[in-house]
Design a binder for this molecule. Sequence first.
Ligand SMILES: CC(C)(COP(=O)(O)OP(=O)(O)OC[C@H]1O[C@@H](n2cnc3c(N)ncnc32)[C@H](O)[C@@H]1OP(=O)(O)O)[C@@H](O)C(=O)NCCC(=O)NCCS
Length: 159
Amino acid sequence: MKNLLTVREAVESDVKTIFRLLEIYAAKAIVLSRSEEDIRFYLGNFVVAEIDGVVRGCAAVRDFGNDLLEVRSLVVEPGFQGKGIGRAMIEAIIAGLKIRRNHWRLFTLTYQVEFFKALGFAIVDRTLFPEKIWSDCSKCPKQACCDETAMLVEYDTRL
Ligand SMILES: CC(C)(COP(=O)(O)OP(=O)(O)OC[C@H]1O[C@@H](n2cnc3c(N)ncnc32)[C@H](O)[C@@H]1OP(=O)(O)O)[C@@H](O)C(=O)NCCC(=O)NCCS
């Protein structure tokens, strides 16, 4: 039987699971570590993906204003990768943005270039995103030695 994959907005009872999922990859410096308090405070930014009713992935969107947003805290549980969970979360985020906004730019700093290419993102110059550099990057142990790639997808109904 095929597994049922669903994406939904995160709720309070997801906080511990999101924390646990992020810690797996924060330990490898792939994503930033986030406290349960921080996740709870920004819970409205998160979606989670479930396989057969069990949360196996999460992703958040941070709004920098001026129609600039960032995908962050994107992870899929080990053992559940390569099954379309990451794609489903990013597609859900993009579908939500298309409903709510006429124009947006969604960026990410990532090691997963091929994944984001498959989702329509293109590589861009990271200096396009000064807001990001001055907020999260100051919390990251890598700071000036950052080796992530900046990627962007843009949508404009006027084009
Ligand atoms: C990156 C990650 C979120 C992708 O999620 P996933 O569920 O494994 O990816 P999906 O199965 O949805 O893949 C979607 C597409 O990307 C492609 N893809 C994913 N990872 C890829 C890779 N490393 N190389 C090439 N293609 C890749 C898939 O082939 C698929 O293409 P298709 O839909 O056209 O067939 C997940 O692997 C993960 O959690 N990795 C560790 C944490 C991490 O790196 N997070 C990202 C921080 S920015």
